[in-house]
Write a protein that binds this ligand. Structure first.
Ligand SMILES: Cc1cc2nc3c(=O)[nH]c(=O)nc-3n(C[C@H](O)[C@H](O)[C@H](O)COP(=O)(O)O)c2cc1C
Length: 219
C-alpha cells in the first residue's frame, strides 16, 4: 500500500474546498461503461489508502479488499450476474420489463479492476463496541468504506460501479474467502467512457431522483 504524504493542513477547509467537495458529490456516478486500459500504477493503492480512513463501529475496520485478477473467478462472477439479471428481468412485466432489458447494469466485461469488498465477522478489532445492540453495524461500516472509496476514486478520475445483481454465495465461493467473510459489494473499477452529472438510471428513464423534502421530518 502506498504511504500518504503528510498533509500540511491543520484540518480546516476553506469555501473553495467545500464547493469542490460538493462538485465531487454531484459528479460521482455509478459507472457501467469503462475503458479497458489499466489504471495508472499505484492509483488503486492510493484509493484504497483513502478508503482506509473510513469510520467503523468500534474502530473495527472490518472491510477486506479482494482484488480479483484471475480469469476463473471473474468468469464465475460474470456468470452469476448474468443468471441473476435474467431472473430479475423475469420479475418485471410489460413496459418495465422492456425498460429493464435495455439497462446496462454492470461493467464486468470491460472494467480493468474487479474488487470484492467483504466484511470479516470474526475479528477482535474493536472489542465488540457498538455491536452488541446492532450487530449489523459491522456491515454498515464496510458500506461506509465503499462510499469513501467511490469518492476517492472519482476525485482521481476513476469510475466505480457497484454490482449487487449477483448471488453473494457464488461470489464468496469463487473467491475462496474465509467462511466468516460476507460479500458487501462487488465493484468494477476503471476509467469511465464518459462523465455525467445525472445518474444513468435517470438518463434511461428508469428512476429519477425525487424531492429531498419527502425524506425529511422533524419529530
Ligand atoms: C448498494 C448498492 C447496490 C447497487 N447495485 C447496482 C447494480 O447491481 N447494478 C447497477 O447498475 N447499479 C447498482 N447500483 C448503483 C445505483 O443504481 C446508483 O447508485 C443509482 O442509480 C444512483 O446513480 P449514481 O450512483 O450515479 O448517483 C448500486 C448502488 C448501491 C448503493
Amino acid at each position: 500500500m502506498v504511504d500518504r504524504i503528510a498533509s500540511p493542513s491543520d484540518g480546516t477547509f476553506d469555501r473553495r474546498f467545500v464547493d469542490d467537495l460538493d462538485e465531487l458529490l454531484r459528479w460521482r456516478r455509478d459507472v457501467r461503461r469503462f475503458r479497458t486500459d489499466p489504471l495508472a500504477p499505484g492509483l488503486l493503492d492510493e484509493v484504497l489508502a483513502s478508503a482506509e480512513l473510513s469510520p467503523s463501529v468500534g474502530n473495527s475496520q472490518p472491510w477486506r479488499w479482494v482484488e480479483v485478477r484471475s480469469a476463473e473467478p471473474r468468469a464465475s462472477v460474470t456468470a452469476s450476474f448474468e443468471r441473476c439479471n435474467a431472473e430479475a428481468l423475469d420479475g418485471y412485466r410489460g413496459d418495465r420489463a422492456r425498460a429493464y432489458a435495455g439497462l446496462k447494469l454492470s461493467g464486468l466485461r470491460d472494467a480493468p479492476v474487479h474488487l470484492a469488498v467483504c466484511c470479516a465477522a470474526a475479528g477482535d478489532q474493536g472489542h465488540g463496541l457498538g455491536r452488541r445492540t446492532m450487530p449489523q453495524t459491522l456491515e454498515y461500516s464496510v458500506a461506509t468504506a465503499v462510499s469513501t472509496l467511490w469518492l476517492a476514486a472519482r476525485a482521481r478520475g476513476v469510475g466505480v460501479g457497484w454490482v449487487s445483481i449477483v448471488d453473494p454465495d457464488d461470489v464468496t465461493d469463487a473467491l475462496g474467502v474465509p467462511d466468516d467473510w460476507s460479500l458487501v459489494a462487488y465493484l468494477c473499477i476503471g476509467y469511465p467512457e464518459a462523465d455525467d452529472d445525472v445518474p444513468a438510471l435517470e438518463r434511461a428513464g428508469w428512476q429519477a431522483r425525487t424531492d429531498s423534502q419527502t425524506r425529511y421530518r422533524v419529530v
